[in-house]
Ligand binder design. Structure first.
Ligand code: IPE
Length: 264
C-alpha cells in the first residue's frame, strides 16, 4: 500500500527570513538529500512537496499588501513582482532537488489557482496526478493567485494543501519548519495536539518571527486541526527541519519522535 504524504518545506527553513531574497542553499541541498534517502528506502512513498517563500515572496509582498488584495496598477505590478520572487526561489529548489536525485516536477500554482476572498477554490490537479502516476514528485510553492473578490491575493503552501487534501487524500501532512514544533508557555514542545485542545492552546501560540504575510504557527495549527477533524485518519506533523536526519526519519517512520503531531 503506497503512503501518500504532503511535505511542506517552510520558508523560514529554506531562506534566511532576516535578509531579503536570501536562500539557504546548503539547507535546501541537505533536505533534498534527506528526501532522496527516504524515497530510496521506501519506494512506496508518494510525495507531493510544497515550499514556502520566506524572504522571497514575503519581502516582495509586504510593501504592496498583496495578500489583502490587488487593485491599482502599482499593486498589480507588485503582484507580478511577488510571482517572480516566488518563482525564483522555486527555480533554485527545483534545480537542487533534481541534482540531488529527487525527480521533482515544478508546477506553478498561480497558473491555475483561483481564490474567492482569500480562500482557494480551484487549482488544476491533473498535472499533479499525472506527475504522481509517472513516479515524479510534484513540487508546488506558495504563490500569488487571482481572486474573484480581491483581484489578487497570495495562496500559501498550507492553502494549497488544504485544498488538495480531499482531492488527493494524503495520509500525512508534514510541515518542516525552523522551530522544534508547537511550543507551550514554558517553551517546550507539545508532542500531540487534538482539535479539542485548541481553545486552551490558543493563548500560548505565538506568531512566526520576521515578515510573514500568510500567518505564523498559530495559523498553521488552526488549519491543520480543522483538517484532521474533517478527515479522520489524517495526521499533521510539525517538526524542525534544522536537525540533520529528522526529515528522513519522519518520512520513513510515521511514529518517529519529533515535533508536534496534530490528530484526532
Ligand atoms: C507564501 O507562501 C507565498 C508568498 C508570500 C508569495 P507560504 O506561506 O507557503 O510561505 P512561508 O512558509 O510562510 O514562507
Amino acid at each position: 500500500m503506497p503512503e501518500r504524504v504532503f511535505l511542506k518545506l517552510g520558508g523560514s527553513l529554506i531562506t534566511d527570513k532576516s535578509r531579503p531574497y536570501t536562500p539557504r542553499p546548503e539547507v535546501i541541498r541537505r533536505l533534498a538529500e534527506e528526501v532522496r534517502a527516504a524515497r530510496a528506502a521506501r519506494p512506496d512513498l508518494e510525495l507531493v512537496i510544497g515550499h514556502g517563500s520566506g524572504s522571497f515572496g514575503h519581502t516582495a509582498a509586504a510593501p504592496y499588501g498583496t495578500r489583502q488584495g490587488v487593485r491599482t496598477p502599482r499593486e498589480w505590478l507588485g503582484y507580478a513582482e511577488v510571482a517572480a520572487a516566488a518563482a525564483r526561489l522555486n527555480r533554485l529548489v527545483t534545480d537542487i532537488f533534481l541534482e540531488a536525485g529527487v525527480p521533482v516536477l515544478s508546477l506553478q500554482p498561480s497558473a491555475s489557482a483561483r481564490c474567492r476572498d482569500g480562500e482557494l477554490l480551484h487549482l488544476e490537479t491533473a498535472p499533479i496526478r499525472d506527475a504522481l502516476a509517472h513516479g515524479l514528485v510534484p513540487l508546488l510553492y506558495g504563490d500569488v493567485a487571482l481572486d474573484d473578490v480581491r483581484g489578487g491575493t497570495i495562496a500559501s503552501t498550507e492553502d494549497l494543501f488544504v485544498y488538495l487534501t480531499p482531492l488527493l487524500a494524503p495520509q500525512r501532512i508534514l510541515l518542516a519548519t525552523r522551530v522544534a514544533g508547537v511550543l507551550d508557555d514554558r517553551g517546550e514542545v507539545v508532542p500531540v495536539i487534538s482539535p479539542a485542545d485548541l481553545p486552551a492552546l490558543r493563548a500560548v501560540l505565538r506568531g512566526a518571527r520576521g515578515v510573514d504575510v500568510t500567518g505564523g504557527m498559530a495559523d498553521k495549527v488552526e488549519r491543520m486541526a480543522a483538517l484532521v477533524e474533517r478527515y479522520p485518519g489524517l495526521v499533521a506533523h510539525i517538526f524542525s527541519g534544522e536537525t540533520p536526519g529528522t526529515l528522513t526519519s519522519v518520512l520513513l517512520n510515521p511514529a518517529a519522535t519529533a515535533g508536534t503531531r496534530i490528530r484526532r
